[in-house]
Design a protein around this ligand. Structure first.
Ligand code: HEC
Length: 125
């Protein structure tokens, strides 16, 4: 019966993500400006957190910029659903108010994907 007590990796990840999103939800709206005003918990990968914090967060962590906000799963869902290829193309080439490369000129495609997955709380496929 030992298998029963083991927390599967996927489940644990789900729980962690759920907790992270709950924290975002709980911290939101305190300034009354936006549904998602609190910064999401730091990304698990410090390098990704750094990229987010130094570039993407200027818009994706700032309500009113027109950018889907980090931690706003609902806003990200239809974008993520476009698929990895389309989304990555939009990041690299720019897309409406989204500047090419998200203004991170030294970022790799993998970086963009990782940061987007962090901001959206979803997996790009
Ligand atoms: C100067 C502001 C700004 C910066 C900096 C920025 N973004 Fe964006 N981003 C936007 C806006 C605005 C949109 C929404 C565009 C639209 O659909 O109108 C967007 C949309 C996106 C999308 C969704 C594209 C789609 O297909 O719907 C992704 C993914 C994204 N940004 C990733 C990033 C990443 C990763 C970074 C950092 C490397 C970044 N952005 C930096 C403004 C910004």
């Amino acid at each position: 019966m030992s298998g029963m007590s083991q927390v599967r990796r996927g489940t644990l990840h789900g729980i962690l993500m759920g907790t992270a999103l709950l924290l975002v939800a709980c911290g939101s709206g305190q300034d009354g400006k936006s549904a998602v005003s609190a910064p999401p918990p730091p990304a698990a990968n410090p390098a990704i957190q750094k990229i987010y914090g130094s570039t993407c967060s200027a818009c994706h962590g700032k309500p009113g910029t027109g950018a889907p906000q980090a931690g706003d799963v609902k806003a990200w869902a239809p974008r993520v659903a476009q698929g990895k290829e389309v989304v990555t193309g939009h990041i690299i080439n720019g897309y409406k108010g989204m500047p090419p490369m998200g203004m991170c000129m030294q970022c790799s495609e993998d970086d963009f994907i990782a940061v987007t997955e962090y901001m959206s709380g979803a997996r790009l496929q």
